[in-house]
Design a protein around this ligand. Structure first.
Ligand code: F6R
Length: 584
C-alpha cells in the first residue's frame, strides 16, 4: 500500500517523469499524491489530496526527485499528510510505505525541537534522520533511525547533497539502472518504461543511489552486499490501456490469452509442484481475498482427484500453523506477491523448515522469492484493483496441477483452450448488451446474493467480492444449501440472486435452491449452460467440465464492471482499497 518512486540522475530530468510514474503506481493507493525535487540543495514539493487525474506539476527539472501515492493509515486524507515530508530545513525529503507502529513515542522525543507539519506516523522519520545527519553520513543516519522503527516499512530519503538512500523491512522496493540515472520504486512496473535492468531489494537491506550508481548494504552491519541486476522481460505495452476505457475491462479481455499461456507454458511447473504435493504429508493453500477464493476452489478441484488439501485465509493461518510439520507443503497464492497477510505465515513456515510453493503474478516479489518452488502465472501486470486475469490464471494453473496429479495433462490443456475460447464467446457484443441490461436492473438494488455449490460455492464468494468492491452494492455469496438455514429470511420481492448452475453433480440441488428463493419473490439470474424455468435472466456459459469455473466468472466480472459504470464509480480504483496490501 502506498506507491513510492524516485530517481537520481547525472543530468536534470523533469518532475513530470515522477508524476507519470506515480500514475502507474496509483493502484497502490490513491488518497493523495506528492512530488519533490531538489533545487539548490533544498527540496521543493507539490502535493494534493485525491487522485492524480489530470494534475500536472510545475516543479523545475532536477537531478533528484521522489514521489508518493498514499493509502492513508495514520492521519486523515489531507494535503499536509501527503508525502513527501521534509526535514525542518528542507534539506532532506522522505517518502514512506508502511506503518511506524511506535511513532507516538518517537514523536514525543522530537516534538519540542522539530517542527511537525502533519499528523502522520511517517514525518517523525525525517526529523529523526535530520537529528543524525550532522554526525553521520546519510547512509548511517538512515541505518540508525531505521533500526528504531517498529513495523514493516520501506523508505526513500533524498538529500540536498545529491544522494538517495532507501531501506526496507517488509514493504517492497525495486531499484533500476538506466543510462546515467538510477531509479527506485515500490513496483517494477513504474521502472519498466525507463529500464528493464532491476534489483529487488530484500528485507534488512539498504541501498544508496548517487553518482557512484547503486550500492547495497546490510542494514544491521552496514556491510556491502554484492547483488546482480536482473533483466525483466515484461513489455511496457502491458501497462497501456490501448483501446480500452479502463484497466478492469482490458484485463477481463486479456483472460483468453492468459489461460492459453498457462496451458502452454506452465506444464513443467505443474509437474514440479505435483511431485511436491505427492511427497508432502499435508498440503495447505493460503491466500487473501480473491486469491483465498482460488484456494477454496482448489480444495474442490483436488477432491475431484480424491486428494485432500487444507485451506485458510492467509490472515487466519496464524491460528492453524501449529499443524505444519517439516513434511508439510504450504502453497501461497498471490497476484502481487507482497500481501503481508500471506508473507507472515510464510515467514513462520520458512523458519520452521516447511516447504513453500509460491504461485504469484509479480516477478521478483517477496512471496515469489520466498518460494522453494516458484511459479510465475505470467498474466502480465494487473493494474485494476479488482483482480480478474490473475484469478483465472490461478484457477487455470490449479486445474493443470490437479490434472497433472491424475496423469491427464493433455486433457487439462484441452479444457483450458476450450475455456479460453468460451471467454471470447462470452465477451461478444450481444452478450455484453445482455449483461449491461441486467446491470441496469441490479444498479438500484441494495443487496445482491450469489449462490453456488461445490466448486461454484467458491465462485459465488468470488463473484460477490467482484461485484461489491467495484459497485459498493452489498453482495454476499453463499453455499446454495445454506440459505434456508437463516439467510433466506432476507429474501423478499425483487431480491436479486445470481445462481451458478453448471452441468455437474450440483445442478439439481442448486436449481432447487434457486426455486426456494424465487418462491419468496427473489429475482434469479442464472449462469450456466442450460436455461432453467426458474431463471428470470439467463447468461449462457457453455459446459467445459472442470474448466467451466473459468468462463463462469466472466459474466460476474462484466456485471461488476457495468455496475460500477452505472453508478458512476471508477471501476479501476474503488474507494478505500489498494492493490497491494502491505499492512496487516
Ligand atoms: C479483489 C482483490 C483482493 C486481492 C487480495 C490479495 O479483487 O484483488 O481481494 O485478491 O488483496 O492480493 P494478492 O493476490 O496480491 O495477494
Amino acid at each position: 500500500m502506498c506507491g513510492i518512486f524516485g530517481y537520481v540522475s547525472k543530468t536534470p530530468r523533469t518532475a513530470k517523469e515522477t508524476l507519470e510514474s506515480l500514475r502507474v503506481l496509483e493502484y497502490r493507493g490513491y488518497d493523495s499524491w506528492g512530488v519533490t525535487v531538489r533545487s539548490n540543495k533544498t527540496f521543493l514539493v507539490e502535493k494534493a489530496s485525491g487522485k492524480i487525474g489530470s494534475s500536472i506539476v510545475t516543479l523545475p527539472d532536477s537531478t533528484i526527485s521522489l514521489g508518493h501515492t498514499r493509502w492513508a493509515t495514520h492521519g486523515g486524507v489531507t494535503k499536509e499528510n501527503s508525502h513527501p515530508h521534509l526535514s525542518c530545513d528542507n534539506s532532506l525529503s522522505l517518502v514512506h510505505n508502511g506503518i511506524v507502529e511506535n511513532y507516538q513515542l518517537l514523536v514525543k522525543n522530537l516534538s519540542k525541537s522539530h517542527h511537525f507539519r502533519s499528523q502522520t506516523d511517517t514525518e517523525v522519520i525525517i526529523h529523526m534522520i535530520e537529528e543524525e545527519v550532522g554526525s553521520h553520513t546519510l547512509k548511517d543516519a538512515v541505518r540508525k533511525v531505521f533500526s528504531k522503527l517498529e513495523g514493516l516499512n520501506a523508505i526513500a530519503v533524498g538529500s540536498g547533497n545529491g544522494e538517495i538512500v532507501v531501506a526496507k523491512n517488509g514493504s517492497p522496493l525495486v531499484l533500476g539502472e538506466g543510462e546515467d540515472v538510477f531509479y527506485l520504486s515500490s513496483d517494477a512496473t513504474a521502472i519498466l518504461p525507463h529500464t528493464k535492468r532491476v534489483i529487488f531489494l530484500d528485507d534488512g537491506q539498504l541501498a544508496t543511489l548517487g553518482k557512484d550508481g547503486i550500492k547495497i548494504f546490510d542494514l544491521k552491519s552496514g556491510n556491502f552486499i554484492r547483488k546482480k541486476l536482473i533483466t525483466l522481460d515484461w513489455s511496457v505495452l502491458d501497462n497501456d490501456l490501448g483501446k480500452y476505457p479502463h484497466y478492469l475491462l482490458k484485463e477481463i479481455y486479456e483472460q483468453p490469452k492468459v489461460i492459453r499461456n498457462v496451458a502452454n507454458t506452465l506444464v513443467s511447473e505443474a509437474k514440479i509442484l505435483a511431485t511436491a504435493v505427492e511427497k508432502a504429508k499435508g498440503t495447505f493453500l493460503i491466500g487473501s481475498g480473491t486469491a483465498s477464493y482460488a484456494c477454496l476452489a482448489a480444495t474442490y478441484l483436488f477432491s475431484k482427484i480424491d486428494r485432500h488439501v487444507n485451506t485458510s485465509f492467509a490472515s487466519e493461518f496464524v491460528y492453524l500453523e501449529k499443524f505444519l510439520t517439516k513434511k508439510s507443503l504450504v502453497i501461497a497464492l498471490s497476484q502481487s506477491g507482497e500481501t503481508i497477510d500471506v508473507v507472515e505465515p510464510l515467514n513462520f513456515a520458512k523458519k520452521s523448515g516447511v516447504r513453500i510453493a509460491s504461485i504469484v503474478n509479480a516477478l521478483g516479489s517477496t512471496i515469489y522469492r520466498m518460494g522453494d518452488i516458484k511459479i510465475l502465472l505470467g498474466a502480465g501486470p494487473e493494474l485494476a484493483v479488482a483482480s480478474t486475469k490473475a484469478y483465472t490464471a490461478k484457477i487455470a494453473f490449479l486445474l493443470l496441477l490437479t490434472f497433472t496429479l491424475a496423469n491427464k495433462v493433455k486433457d487439462a490443456q484441452n479444457l483450458l483452450f476450450q475455456a479460453a475460447g468460451e471467454i471470447e464467446r462470452i465477451l461478444e457484443s450481444s452478450n455484453l448488451k445482455k449483461l449491461k441490461n441486467i446491470a441496469k436492473v441490479l444498479a438500484s438494488k441494495e443487496h445482491i446474493y450469489t449462490i453456488g455449490r461445490g466448486v461454484t460455492y467458491a465462485l459465488a464468494l468470488e463473484t460477490a467480492m467482484k461485484i461489491k468492491e467495484v459497485s459498493y452494492i452489498h453482495t454476499e455469496g453463499f453455499a446454495g444449501g445454506e440459505l434456508k438455514h437463516g439467510t433466506i429470511a432476507l429474501i423478499d420481492k425483487g431480491s436479486p440472486c445470481i445462481v451458478f448452475a453448471p452441468n455437474d453433480e450440483t445442478y439439481q440441488a442448486i436449481i432447487s435452491n434457486a426455486t426456494e428463493i424465487r418462491s419468496r419473490g427473489g429475482l434469479i439470474i442464472g449462469i450456466g449452460p442450460t436455461k432453467a424455468d426458474v431463471f428470470d435472466h439467463w447468461i449462457e456459459v457453455k459446459d467445459i467440465q472442470e474448466a467451466s469455473l473459468i468462463p463462469l466468472v466472466v459474466p460476474a466480472q462484466i456485471l461488476g464492471y457495468y455496475l460500477a459504470l452505472e453508478k458512476g464509480y471508477d471501476p479501476d480504483k474503488p474507494r478505500n482499497l489498494a492493490k497491494s496490501v502491505t499492512v496487516k
